[in-house]
Design a protein around this ligand. Sequence first.
Ligand code: PBG
Length: 335
Amino acid sequence: MNLPGFPIARPRRLRTSPALRRLVAETSLDISQLVLPLFARGGRKLRRPVDAMPGVFQLSPDEIVREASAAHALGVPAVLLFGIPDKKDARATGAYARNGIVQQTVRLLKKELPSLLVITDVCLCEYMSHGHCGLIHGGNGKVPGSGKILNDPTLKLLANTAASHAAAGADIVAPSDMMDGRVAAIRAALDREGFPDTPIMSYAAKFASAFYGPFREVAESAPSFGDRRSYQMDAANANEALREVALDIQEGADIVMVKPALAYLDIIQRVKAEFGLPTAAYAVSGEHAMIKAAAANGWIDERCVTLESLLAMRRAGADILITYAAVDAARWLKE
Ligand code: PBG
């Protein structure tokens, strides 16, 4: 910016008091932007902690209601639901079972907390015996030519999963599998099955990231062989991320997501600037774990670092912040 003849510039004039700083703040962080991820697993009164993620639990449906209700009472508008099934198989049957763990939990949540928005993660990895997000061809990847992730045959299972979530009462479905064409397949299934008003929040630019490590422990969804690099994006690519987002929008995505968040702020910024759609940032498990670990050591201030990180996502252009710290953040924002 070139400002010829500008009088003596004193940016500090606008920093002299908290009220003044607040008045000129360009970006705001609000509880209404927060989404809390929750992990459902069968049982009653189950609250199983996970080593890699302090403060995150596998919860039985009744405990999910408790946790969601506490978050909602603080003003958190939405939860993002994941499921850990009792049994896994090679067709991810538990993902689209009418009485699957997510379907059951959604029904209970919508009954107990009707004003809470329930977003469901639509993926197969938690339900597959091999932990991949799609059907695989042949054996376990050890024999050459086997272990290939099959794109098109997977779409029907994803569409069935999304439709079963909508039928259970999900307010938004969020496909995270990164198969090509899944948003179109899900949109068609939702429309066909009588859910034309159920929005899709697509994990549109989802990178193959080591920041997902702790999540896979919570969700018990680590791939048993290979990795997810043939379907999730390469961290080197930003233009490709825009193409991925454009495709999802063309196929009918209503909200687009960038994931992870903090290491991909450039992507968030470009996606928001280019498309202007409601844009979500997912502060993933590894991001959360790093803050927790450093804070536990007394190396950083957990509250300040968490809020500063979320504000950075907002500054980049995110409208919706999916974070394991949603409840803490809500409490801090209220103080
Ligand atoms: C399922 C899924 C993953 C995450 C969200 N949905 C894991 C993965 O792709 O391996 C990661 C979330 C996190 O790390 O917090 N496909």
